[in-house]
Write a protein that binds this ligand. Structure first.
Ligand SMILES: [Zn+2]
Length: 447
């Protein structure tokens, strides 16, 4: 079996993946808080761990890999957004979770084996918190339950910080119900207008961190192989997950993996810089999901990734070429698997693929989540060139119709283009044809 080596954020070393149950691998990834469209940074995490999931399935067999990615559907940001829009919370979270699935699937992200919603595991969270109280790692006060950070000796080990440094540097909240400013919330009271569940501490709702500990425990058991997430989650979220689960006597995750952040044209993506975009915005601009995925995988997950227009154009060119060369196949060349097994070196895997063609290339494209056996519509025959030929025909037909006053040919051509998913824009200046999201070049054949 191929040996997979991964950089463990906890030990800061490259380690050989040695599954707890030989031959079977379990993985947990912190999923989205569902109140808005996934942005490109969210998508990077989804794509990186999907690529790891695909590698694990390739090496261990799909039936031997269990991958859990949660939806956080109880959160104060969700409550605030629902209030702002005057909507039901459940309606907002259901819609946003579906958006997340639509957008990530468009990037070739496979559905994990389990996609638990936090609100489906409230009873498990309450039981988990009761256990932490019984072990003296947590205490209840004024309707809140807090984790007693200073009682957990290893606190800070994952992110490499000491508790005192954290207090000095962090925005720790001092509150009357806390024994120590570092203590974090496991449970908090809910007013009548926001979601709440009955608990031994009154009507309330869970803190964010306990959700992942409880869901990972319920679905993967006390110990599992890999825990993933964006580097921005390492502290405090992952540090708190470790504290809760290990204080409860669980082994929790053996290997921790964190993907680095995403930039745009060399700058941090932010709403104030005007370079913040969602996956949906790029897809609607006509950038294919395969192209977005290719750009994401062209940088190693452990490095900051820069989204640039240049990379997008190159990715599109390369993929068009590869789709022309590839044939269906399932024997992935060893060099591609070896690159991925080397701490998920997707950059190297893509570099290797430049030397492939035929069934080898097809199999490699499938493993990279870039091909499902047929050439995607956008890459068929170079739609841009084809459409310009139709644009010329349409404007010539229009000119002729101006003379003859017979617009039948123009209308027929227009409706055929529309039926093929092309947006037809006719003005005095000329004819503009824009392929829409449903553009199907095959429907133009024989026109
Ligand atoms: Zn989490």
């Amino acid at each position: 079996m191929v040996e997979i080596r991964l950089k463990n954020s906890k030990s800061r070393k490259i380690e050989v993946l040695q599954p707890i149950i030989p031959g079977k691998v379990s993985m947990y990834l912190c999923g989205p808080t569902v109140y808005d469209r996934a942005h490109m940074g969210n998508a990077r995490s989804a794509v990186v761990f999907d690529q790891l999931f695909r590698l694990l399935r390739h090496v261990y067999g799909a039936e031997n890999v269990t991958f859990v990615r949660n939806f956080t559907d109880v959160d104060d940001k969700i409550n605030a957004r629902a209030a702002e829009e005057g909507r039901e919370i459940s309606d907002l979270t259901a819609e946003t979770a579906q958006w997340y699935l639509d957008d990530t699937r468009a990037l070739g992200v496979l559905d994990p084996n389990h996609m638990p919603r936090a609100t489906g595991y409230i009873a498990e969270m309450i039981a988990f918190i009761e256990d932490l109280i019984a072990r003296d790692f947590a205490y209840a006060r004024d309707g809140h339950v807090l984790f007693r950070v200073r009682r957990f000796d290893d606190y800070g080990a994952l992110s490499g910080r000491s508790v005192d440094d954290m207090i000095a540097g962090a925005r720790v909240e001092v509150a009357p119900y806390k024994e120590d400013p570092m203590d974090f919330v496991l449970w908090k009271p809910s007013t009548d207008d926001i979601p709440g569940w009955e608990s031994p501490w009154g009507r309330g709702r869970p803190g964010w961190h306990i959700e992942c500990s409880a869901m990972a425990h319920a679905l993967l058991g006390e110990s599992f192989d890999i825990h993933g997430g964006g580097a921005d989650l390492m502290f405090p979220h992952h540090e708190n997950e470790v504290a809760q689960s290990c204080a409860a006597g669980h082994g929790f995750a053996n290997i921790w993996m964190h993907n680095e952040m995403l930039q745009v044209e060399g700058r941090k993506m932010s709403k104030s810089l005007g370079n913040f975009f969602t996956v949906r915005e790029l897809l609607e601009k006509g950038i294919p999901g395969e192209v977005i995925r290719f750009v994401m995988l062209s940088t190693h997950y452990g490095k900051p990734m820069d989204w640039t227009e240049k990379k997008r154009a190159e990715a599109e060119k390369t993929l068009r070429k590869w789709y022309g060369l590839a044939e269906a196949g399932d024997a992935v060349p060893e060099a591609v698997v070896t690159a991925l097994a080397d701490d998920l070196n997707t950059h190297q895997a893509l570099a290797v693929m430049h030397k492939l063609n035929g069934a080898d290339l097809g199999a490699a494209l499938s493993l990279m989540g870039l091909w499902s056996g047929t050439v995607p519509d956008w890459a068929q025959g170079g739609d841009a060139a084809d459409l310009s030929a139709y644009a010329t025909r349409l404007s010539e037909a229009r000119e002729a119709a101006m003379q003859s006053k017979d617009f039948a040919a123009v209308d027929a051509l227009k409706s055929a283009l529309t039926a093929a998913g092309v947006e037809v824009r006719m003005s005095k200046e000329g004819v503009d044809l824009v392929p829409g999201p449903d553009f199907d070049a095959a429907k133009l054949e024989g026109l």
